[in-house]
Design a protein around this ligand. Sequence first.
Ligand SMILES: [Mg+2]
Length: 228
Amino acid sequence: MAITCITFDLDDTLWESGSVLANAEAKLYEWIEHACPDIAHTHSYEALVAHRNAHYASIPEIRHDLTRARRLWLESLLQEWGYGSGLAETGFRVFWEHRNTVTLFDDVTRVLGTLGQRYAIGAITNGNADVHHIGIGHHFDFVVTPAEAGAAKPDSAIFECALNAAGASPESVVHVGDDPMRDVAGAAALGLRTVWMNPEGRPWPKEARPDAEIRTLDALPSTIDAWS
Ligand SMILES: [Mg+2]
């Protein structure tokens, strides 16, 4: 069956995310030091991360939606310390702005532009990156998040949401992502073709292999053309 749609993971597929998330956490902590000093006096950065993780563990039904979970955690933290919960949204925006300040991999805009001429382009992300805020939203026909799917990758529900958005059958969609479990195994379980984005050349860790492996995005168009 002809390929009609390409879906992309975002973090670590279109940009490196580790330093971005670490910086966003650090900026949020700086904001807490300034806006909520009582919390910072009694909680180190590490203690607040532990506090957040404990809160997430207490809301398992929401945890797949990282945006909502983080908002709820901040509201609960600020209320606990007597700060108005309205302040939580300001804190969330500090995190979100920095979390969406990314450096795209070299080939991203060119490859999205090339593929977008021939295929529908979608994003399937577990995180709270916003392609529109980042400035590449015009390349995407749809974006699917755990908030609307009710589950995160590798759950089939989020890939089914993407198939609905694309109006496509699994065999005509290729999913591209860096995570062997969430991206490759998750998409393959529903019958999508899979491309493993592996910039660091790591060994494949699982049994069922991806349909293709790339180290840079510029290898993607020829990989997909070979299937079309
Ligand atoms: Mg990723």
